[in-house]
Design a protein around this ligand. Sequence first.
Ligand code: FDP
Length: 353
Amino acid sequence: MVDYIDELIEIKVPKKIVTIQRHIMEMERQYPQASGNFSGLLYDICMAAKQVSYHVNKAGLMDLLGQQGTENVHGEQVKKLDMFAHDTFVKALMPGGHLCVMGSEEEEDVIPIPKTEQVGKYVCLFDPLDGSSNIDVNVSIGTIFSIHKRLDASSEEPGTLEDCLQPGWKQVCAGYVIYGSSTMIVYTAGNGVHGFTLDPSYGEFILSHENIQTPKRGSIYSVNESNFDYWDEGFKNYIRWVKKIDEETNRPRNSRYIGSLVADFHRNLLYGGVFCYPLDRKDPKIKTGKLRLLYEAAPMAFIIEQAGGRATTGFERILDIEPDDLHQRVPLIIGSEEDVTIVEEFMQEKRQL
Ligand code: FDP
Protein backbone atom coordinates (compact mmCIF):
# COMPACT_ATOMS: atom_id res chain seq x y z
CA MET A 1 0.00 0.00 0.00
CA VAL A 2 2.76 2.41 1.01
CA ASP A 3 4.71 1.47 -2.13
CA TYR A 4 1.64 2.20 -4.20
CA ILE A 5 1.16 5.65 -2.62
CA ASP A 6 4.87 6.41 -3.08
CA GLU A 7 4.52 5.51 -6.74
CA LEU A 8 1.48 7.76 -7.13
CA ILE A 9 3.25 10.67 -5.46
CA GLU A 10 6.20 10.12 -7.74
CA ILE A 11 4.00 10.31 -10.80
CA LYS A 12 2.04 13.36 -9.69
CA VAL A 13 4.72 15.59 -8.19
CA PRO A 14 7.49 16.53 -10.61
CA LYS A 15 10.93 16.33 -9.00
CA LYS A 16 11.71 20.00 -9.54
CA ILE A 17 9.23 22.77 -10.22
CA VAL A 18 10.87 25.87 -11.66
CA THR A 19 8.61 28.86 -12.15
CA ILE A 20 9.59 31.50 -14.69
CA GLN A 21 10.30 33.96 -11.86
CA ARG A 22 12.72 31.56 -10.20
CA HIS A 23 14.37 30.82 -13.52
CA ILE A 24 14.86 34.52 -14.28
CA MET A 25 16.23 35.13 -10.78
CA GLU A 26 18.68 32.26 -11.12
CA MET A 27 19.81 33.58 -14.49
CA GLU A 28 20.18 37.06 -13.02
CA ARG A 29 22.37 35.78 -10.19
CA GLN A 30 24.99 35.01 -12.83
CA TYR A 31 25.19 38.77 -13.40
CA PRO A 32 25.99 40.42 -10.04
CA GLN A 33 25.62 43.89 -11.59
CA ALA A 34 21.97 43.19 -12.56
CA SER A 35 19.52 45.59 -10.89
CA GLY A 36 16.48 43.31 -10.92
CA ASN A 37 14.72 45.66 -13.35
CA PHE A 38 14.86 43.11 -16.09
CA SER A 39 13.20 40.36 -14.03
CA GLY A 40 10.56 42.88 -12.99
CA LEU A 41 9.83 43.64 -16.63
CA LEU A 42 9.52 39.96 -17.53
CA TYR A 43 7.26 39.49 -14.54
CA ASP A 44 4.95 42.23 -15.89
CA ILE A 45 4.96 40.59 -19.35
CA CYS A 46 3.94 37.28 -17.74
CA MET A 47 1.10 38.99 -15.86
CA ALA A 48 -0.23 40.51 -19.09
CA ALA A 49 0.16 37.16 -20.88
CA LYS A 50 -1.88 35.40 -18.19
CA GLN A 51 -4.67 37.96 -18.51
CA VAL A 52 -4.72 37.67 -22.31
CA SER A 53 -4.63 33.88 -22.07
CA TYR A 54 -7.64 33.90 -19.73
CA HIS A 55 -9.63 36.12 -22.09
CA VAL A 56 -8.60 34.24 -25.24
CA ASN A 57 -9.95 31.07 -23.63
CA LYS A 58 -13.20 32.77 -22.70
CA ALA A 59 -13.54 35.00 -25.79
CA GLY A 60 -16.57 33.18 -27.19
CA LEU A 61 -18.41 33.64 -23.89
CA MET A 62 -17.42 37.25 -23.22
CA ASP A 63 -18.37 39.02 -26.46
CA LEU A 64 -14.69 39.37 -27.34
CA LEU A 65 -14.85 37.79 -30.80
CA GLY A 66 -15.25 39.68 -34.08
CA GLN A 67 -14.24 43.07 -35.40
CA GLN A 68 -13.92 46.19 -33.37
CA GLY A 69 -15.02 48.28 -36.38
CA THR A 70 -11.76 50.22 -36.84
CA GLU A 71 -8.61 49.81 -38.94
CA ASN A 72 -5.05 49.74 -37.60
CA VAL A 73 -1.98 51.54 -38.98
CA HIS A 74 -1.57 48.81 -41.58
CA GLY A 75 -5.13 49.25 -42.93
CA GLU A 76 -6.21 45.93 -41.38
CA GLN A 77 -9.50 45.41 -39.54
CA VAL A 78 -8.86 45.48 -35.79
CA LYS A 79 -10.44 42.62 -33.85
CA LYS A 80 -11.82 43.16 -30.34
CA LEU A 81 -9.24 40.77 -28.88
CA ASP A 82 -6.40 42.62 -30.69
CA MET A 83 -7.36 45.80 -28.88
CA PHE A 84 -7.94 44.03 -25.60
CA ALA A 85 -4.46 42.46 -25.76
CA HIS A 86 -2.90 45.82 -26.69
CA ASP A 87 -4.56 47.59 -23.73
CA THR A 88 -3.66 44.78 -21.36
CA PHE A 89 0.04 44.89 -22.28
CA VAL A 90 0.21 48.68 -22.15
CA LYS A 91 -1.51 48.79 -18.73
CA ALA A 92 0.65 45.99 -17.34
CA LEU A 93 3.96 47.48 -18.53
CA MET A 94 3.35 51.23 -18.11
CA PRO A 95 3.54 51.55 -14.30
CA GLY A 96 6.34 49.01 -13.70
CA GLY A 97 9.11 51.62 -13.77
CA HIS A 98 11.24 49.44 -16.07
CA LEU A 99 10.43 51.02 -19.46
CA CYS A 100 11.05 54.39 -21.06
CA VAL A 101 8.99 53.74 -24.23
CA MET A 102 6.87 51.07 -25.90
CA GLY A 103 5.86 50.31 -29.47
CA SER A 104 2.87 48.20 -30.46
CA GLU A 105 1.59 46.85 -33.74
CA GLU A 106 -1.74 48.43 -32.91
CA GLU A 107 -0.42 51.98 -32.38
CA GLU A 108 0.96 54.19 -35.15
CA ASP A 109 3.35 56.17 -32.91
CA VAL A 110 5.58 55.10 -30.06
CA ILE A 111 4.05 55.08 -26.57
CA PRO A 112 6.46 57.02 -24.29
CA ILE A 113 6.22 56.44 -20.54
CA PRO A 114 4.88 59.75 -19.18
CA LYS A 115 6.89 61.61 -16.57
CA THR A 116 4.07 61.00 -14.09
CA GLU A 117 5.27 57.35 -14.03
CA GLN A 118 8.74 56.16 -13.15
CA VAL A 119 10.80 56.12 -16.37
CA GLY A 120 13.07 53.08 -16.74
CA LYS A 121 15.95 52.05 -18.96
CA TYR A 122 14.32 49.46 -21.21
CA VAL A 123 12.33 49.64 -24.45
CA CYS A 124 9.62 47.10 -25.24
CA LEU A 125 8.16 46.48 -28.69
CA PHE A 126 5.31 44.04 -29.10
CA ASP A 127 2.69 42.53 -31.34
CA PRO A 128 -0.05 42.08 -28.75
CA LEU A 129 -2.03 39.48 -30.69
CA ASP A 130 -0.38 37.96 -33.72
CA GLY A 131 -2.37 35.83 -36.18
CA SER A 132 -5.56 37.88 -35.87
CA SER A 133 -7.25 36.13 -38.77
CA ASN A 134 -7.31 32.99 -36.60
CA ILE A 135 -8.84 34.58 -33.49
CA ASP A 136 -12.48 33.83 -34.21
CA VAL A 137 -11.97 30.19 -35.16
CA ASN A 138 -10.13 28.88 -32.13
CA VAL A 139 -6.77 28.44 -33.84
CA SER A 140 -3.53 29.18 -31.97
CA ILE A 141 -2.52 32.84 -31.78
CA GLY A 142 0.27 34.58 -29.88
CA THR A 143 2.01 37.66 -28.50
CA ILE A 144 5.55 38.56 -29.59
CA PHE A 145 7.85 40.90 -27.65
CA SER A 146 11.29 42.39 -28.05
CA ILE A 147 13.32 44.24 -25.40
CA HIS A 148 16.18 46.70 -25.93
CA LYS A 149 18.16 48.91 -23.59
CA ARG A 150 17.49 52.62 -24.14
CA LEU A 151 20.21 54.41 -26.12
CA ASP A 152 21.17 56.88 -23.39
CA ALA A 153 21.38 54.84 -20.20
CA SER A 154 21.74 57.96 -18.02
CA SER A 155 18.58 59.68 -19.32
CA GLU A 156 15.53 59.96 -17.08
CA GLU A 157 13.37 61.44 -19.84
CA PRO A 158 10.67 59.42 -21.64
CA GLY A 159 12.09 57.32 -24.50
CA THR A 160 11.80 58.26 -28.16
CA LEU A 161 11.36 56.68 -31.59
CA GLU A 162 15.18 56.42 -31.89
CA ASP A 163 15.22 54.14 -28.83
CA CYS A 164 12.84 51.82 -30.70
CA LEU A 165 14.71 51.86 -34.02
CA GLN A 166 17.62 49.63 -32.99
CA PRO A 167 18.89 46.65 -34.97
CA GLY A 168 17.90 43.18 -33.77
CA TRP A 169 21.39 42.15 -32.67
CA LYS A 170 21.11 44.71 -29.85
CA GLN A 171 18.06 43.03 -28.29
CA VAL A 172 18.59 41.99 -24.68
CA CYS A 173 15.56 39.74 -24.65
CA ALA A 174 12.90 38.45 -27.01
CA GLY A 175 10.05 36.05 -26.62
CA TYR A 176 6.56 35.01 -27.50
CA VAL A 177 3.48 33.68 -25.80
CA ILE A 178 1.48 31.04 -27.63
CA TYR A 179 -2.18 30.68 -26.76
CA GLY A 180 -2.70 27.14 -28.01
CA SER A 181 -3.78 23.79 -26.58
CA SER A 182 -1.87 25.12 -23.58
CA THR A 183 -0.42 28.60 -23.04
CA MET A 184 3.35 28.80 -23.21
CA ILE A 185 5.92 31.56 -22.95
CA VAL A 186 9.21 31.04 -24.75
CA TYR A 187 12.02 33.55 -24.28
CA THR A 188 15.71 34.19 -24.68
CA ALA A 189 17.88 36.70 -22.90
CA GLY A 190 20.91 35.67 -24.94
CA ASN A 191 21.52 32.63 -22.77
CA GLY A 192 19.62 29.88 -24.60
CA VAL A 193 15.92 29.54 -25.32
CA HIS A 194 13.60 28.41 -22.55
CA GLY A 195 9.92 27.50 -22.63
CA PHE A 196 7.41 27.63 -19.77
CA THR A 197 3.91 26.18 -19.77
CA LEU A 198 1.10 27.93 -17.90
CA ASP A 199 -0.32 25.68 -15.23
CA PRO A 200 -3.88 27.03 -15.05
CA SER A 201 -4.49 25.59 -11.59
CA TYR A 202 -1.58 27.53 -10.02
CA GLY A 203 -1.57 30.42 -12.50
CA GLU A 204 2.20 29.99 -12.87
CA PHE A 205 4.44 29.52 -15.89
CA ILE A 206 6.47 26.37 -15.14
CA LEU A 207 9.71 25.45 -16.92
CA SER A 208 8.80 22.69 -19.39
CA HIS A 209 11.30 23.14 -22.25
CA GLU A 210 14.79 23.97 -21.02
CA ASN A 211 17.46 25.11 -23.46
CA ILE A 212 15.56 24.45 -26.69
CA GLN A 213 17.75 23.63 -29.69
CA THR A 214 16.12 23.46 -33.09
CA PRO A 215 17.14 20.55 -35.37
CA LYS A 216 19.82 21.45 -37.93
CA ARG A 217 17.49 20.26 -40.70
CA GLY A 218 13.77 19.54 -40.65
CA SER A 219 11.11 17.99 -42.82
CA ILE A 220 8.60 20.87 -42.71
CA TYR A 221 8.20 23.90 -44.94
CA SER A 222 5.63 26.57 -44.06
CA VAL A 223 4.50 29.11 -46.60
CA ASN A 224 1.28 30.61 -47.95
CA GLU A 225 1.46 28.94 -51.35
CA SER A 226 -1.50 30.88 -52.75
CA ASN A 227 1.08 33.64 -53.32
CA PHE A 228 3.05 31.46 -55.78
CA ASP A 229 2.38 33.60 -58.88
CA TYR A 230 3.49 36.75 -57.04
CA TRP A 231 6.92 35.39 -56.05
CA ASP A 232 10.31 35.87 -57.70
CA GLU A 233 11.60 33.00 -59.85
CA GLY A 234 14.27 31.97 -57.32
CA PHE A 235 11.77 31.39 -54.54
CA LYS A 236 9.34 29.67 -56.94
CA ASN A 237 12.17 27.27 -57.80
CA TYR A 238 12.71 26.47 -54.12
CA ILE A 239 9.01 25.54 -53.81
CA ARG A 240 9.22 23.39 -56.96
CA TRP A 241 12.37 21.70 -55.52
CA VAL A 242 10.91 21.06 -52.08
CA LYS A 243 7.95 19.18 -53.59
CA LYS A 244 9.97 16.93 -55.90
CA ILE A 245 10.41 13.26 -54.93
CA ASP A 246 14.00 12.47 -53.95
CA GLU A 247 14.58 10.02 -51.11
CA GLU A 248 18.23 10.93 -50.68
CA THR A 249 17.42 14.54 -49.78
CA ASN A 250 14.26 13.70 -47.83
CA ARG A 251 11.86 15.10 -50.42
CA PRO A 252 9.10 15.95 -50.79
CA ARG A 253 9.14 17.90 -47.53
CA ASN A 254 5.98 18.21 -45.50
CA SER A 255 3.83 21.32 -45.94
CA ARG A 256 2.43 22.82 -42.72
CA TYR A 257 0.98 26.34 -42.60
CA ILE A 258 -1.34 27.67 -39.90
CA GLY A 259 -1.17 31.35 -40.83
CA SER A 260 -0.24 32.43 -37.27
CA LEU A 261 3.46 33.27 -37.17
CA VAL A 262 3.81 32.32 -33.50
CA ALA A 263 2.18 28.93 -33.99
CA ASP A 264 4.03 28.13 -37.23
CA PHE A 265 7.32 29.26 -35.68
CA HIS A 266 6.80 27.31 -32.44
CA ARG A 267 6.06 24.06 -34.28
CA ASN A 268 9.08 24.43 -36.55
CA LEU A 269 11.34 25.43 -33.63
CA LEU A 270 10.56 22.13 -31.92
CA TYR A 271 10.32 19.84 -34.97
CA GLY A 272 12.73 21.55 -37.36
CA GLY A 273 11.89 23.10 -40.72
CA VAL A 274 11.59 26.46 -42.36
CA PHE A 275 8.96 29.23 -42.33
CA CYS A 276 8.99 31.56 -45.32
CA TYR A 277 7.18 34.84 -45.93
CA PRO A 278 9.18 36.17 -48.89
CA LEU A 279 8.68 39.33 -50.85
CA ASP A 280 5.67 39.10 -53.15
CA ARG A 281 4.08 41.38 -55.69
CA LYS A 282 0.51 40.97 -54.47
CA ASP A 283 0.08 44.48 -53.12
CA PRO A 284 1.98 47.07 -55.18
CA LYS A 285 2.03 49.41 -52.14
CA ILE A 286 4.02 46.87 -50.09
CA LYS A 287 7.41 46.24 -51.68
CA THR A 288 9.15 44.83 -48.64
CA GLY A 289 7.38 41.65 -47.52
CA LYS A 290 4.48 41.35 -45.08
CA LEU A 291 5.86 40.73 -41.61
CA ARG A 292 7.00 43.51 -39.32
CA LEU A 293 10.70 43.80 -38.52
CA LEU A 294 10.66 45.17 -35.00
CA TYR A 295 8.00 43.07 -33.31
CA GLU A 296 7.79 39.96 -35.51
CA ALA A 297 10.94 39.19 -37.53
CA ALA A 298 13.67 40.51 -35.19
CA PRO A 299 12.47 38.88 -31.94
CA MET A 300 11.87 35.56 -33.72
CA ALA A 301 15.33 35.87 -35.33
CA PHE A 302 16.98 36.37 -31.92
CA ILE A 303 15.18 33.28 -30.59
CA ILE A 304 16.01 31.08 -33.58
CA GLU A 305 19.70 32.04 -33.56
CA GLN A 306 19.86 31.25 -29.84
CA ALA A 307 18.29 27.87 -30.65
CA GLY A 308 20.92 27.14 -33.32
CA GLY A 309 18.90 28.17 -36.39
CA ARG A 310 19.01 31.10 -38.83
CA ALA A 311 16.83 34.01 -39.99
CA THR A 312 17.32 36.02 -43.16
CA THR A 313 15.45 38.04 -45.76
CA GLY A 314 16.98 35.69 -48.33
CA PHE A 315 19.79 38.19 -48.81
CA GLU A 316 20.56 39.69 -45.39
CA ARG A 317 20.66 38.49 -41.78
CA ILE A 318 17.50 39.78 -40.05
CA LEU A 319 19.39 40.83 -36.90
CA ASP A 320 21.71 43.09 -38.96
CA ILE A 321 18.93 45.23 -40.48
CA GLU A 322 19.02 48.88 -39.34
CA PRO A 323 15.35 49.87 -38.96
CA ASP A 324 14.08 53.21 -40.22
CA ASP A 325 10.41 52.86 -39.38
CA LEU A 326 8.50 51.50 -36.38
CA HIS A 327 6.23 49.40 -38.58
CA GLN A 328 8.81 48.45 -41.24
CA ARG A 329 8.14 45.18 -43.06
CA VAL A 330 10.67 42.60 -44.20
CA PRO A 331 10.72 39.28 -46.04
CA LEU A 332 11.37 36.47 -43.53
CA ILE A 333 13.00 33.07 -44.05
CA ILE A 334 13.48 31.48 -40.62
CA GLY A 335 14.16 28.06 -39.14
CA SER A 336 16.64 25.18 -39.22
CA GLU A 337 20.10 26.21 -40.37
CA GLU A 338 20.41 23.90 -43.38
CA ASP A 339 16.87 24.53 -44.61
CA VAL A 340 17.24 28.31 -44.45
CA THR A 341 20.51 28.06 -46.37
CA ILE A 342 18.84 26.04 -49.15
CA VAL A 343 16.03 28.63 -49.50
CA GLU A 344 18.62 31.41 -49.57
CA GLU A 345 20.64 29.65 -52.29
CA PHE A 346 17.54 29.40 -54.48
CA MET A 347 16.59 33.03 -53.84
CA GLN A 348 20.09 34.21 -54.71
CA GLU A 349 20.01 31.93 -57.79
CA LYS A 350 23.11 30.04 -56.62
CA ARG A 351 21.05 26.86 -56.89
CA GLN A 352 18.92 25.85 -59.86
CA LEU A 353 16.30 23.15 -60.23
P1 FDP B 1 -2.41 37.90 -39.42
O1 FDP B 1 -2.40 38.68 -40.70
O2 FDP B 1 -3.53 36.92 -39.33
O3 FDP B 1 -2.30 38.76 -38.18
O4 FDP B 1 1.66 39.28 -39.35
C1 FDP B 1 0.44 38.80 -39.25
C2 FDP B 1 0.20 37.39 -39.74
O5 FDP B 1 -1.09 37.00 -39.41
C3 FDP B 1 1.18 36.33 -39.19
O6 FDP B 1 0.86 35.91 -37.90
C4 FDP B 1 1.05 35.22 -40.20
O7 FDP B 1 2.19 34.40 -40.25
C5 FDP B 1 0.82 35.95 -41.50
O8 FDP B 1 0.37 37.27 -41.15
C6 FDP B 1 -0.21 35.28 -42.35
O9 FDP B 1 -0.33 35.96 -43.54
P2 FDP B 1 -1.16 35.34 -44.79
O10 FDP B 1 -2.59 35.33 -44.37
O11 FDP B 1 -0.89 36.30 -45.89
O12 FDP B 1 -0.63 33.98 -45.06
